[in-house]
Write a protein that binds this ligand. Structure first.
Ligand SMILES: [Zn+2]
Length: 136
């Protein structure tokens, strides 16, 4: 992937993780990743329609996964697709906690460990500082 594509992805996301909404400036020691929504292993390419900006934490947990098990229905469910789906349709905030509103949302919260204690604590501190969550 070339530098221009990476810049476009970053700009399109306005510097925020497209899964947990954290801004890169809020986590300066862990550079965000240009993430392949469909991993190369599954035929996903470097086209901008297959790329998303992701924080280090979420990208490591997502890995090459495309699906997971919805914790409510126990059914195999696709992960959130930042290019094809709207964040606010699938997730909402409960303080520092990201709540899945749909099967896709719940599954993504589980697989990406979006509410891991360190992540929730970071968001809590940002909320107290008046810097989170982002307005949509
Ligand atoms: Zn994230």
């Amino acid at each position: 992937m070339d530098g221009r594509t990476a810049r476009l992805v970053r700009q399109r996301a306005a510097g925020s993780c497209e899964y947990c909404r954290l801004h890169e400036d809020q986590e300066p020691f862990f550079p965000f990743h240009i993430e392949h929504i469909f991993a190369r292993q599954h035929g996903g390419g470097d086209d901008i329609s297959n790329l998303a900006l992701s924080c280090h934490h979420d990208n490591l947990h997502k890995g090459t996964n495309l699906t997971g098990i919805d914790p409510r229905s126990r059914k195999l469910t696709r992960l959130f697709h930042p290019r094809r789906q709207r964040w606010s349709r699938h997730f909402l905030w409960a303080g520092p906690i990201i709540v899945g509103r749909t099967a896709v949302g719940r599954t993504t919260v589980a697989v990406l460990a979006l509410n891991a204690p360190d992540r929730a604590a970071l968001r809590e501190a940002l909320i107290e500082a008046g810097e989170f969550p982002p307005s949509d």
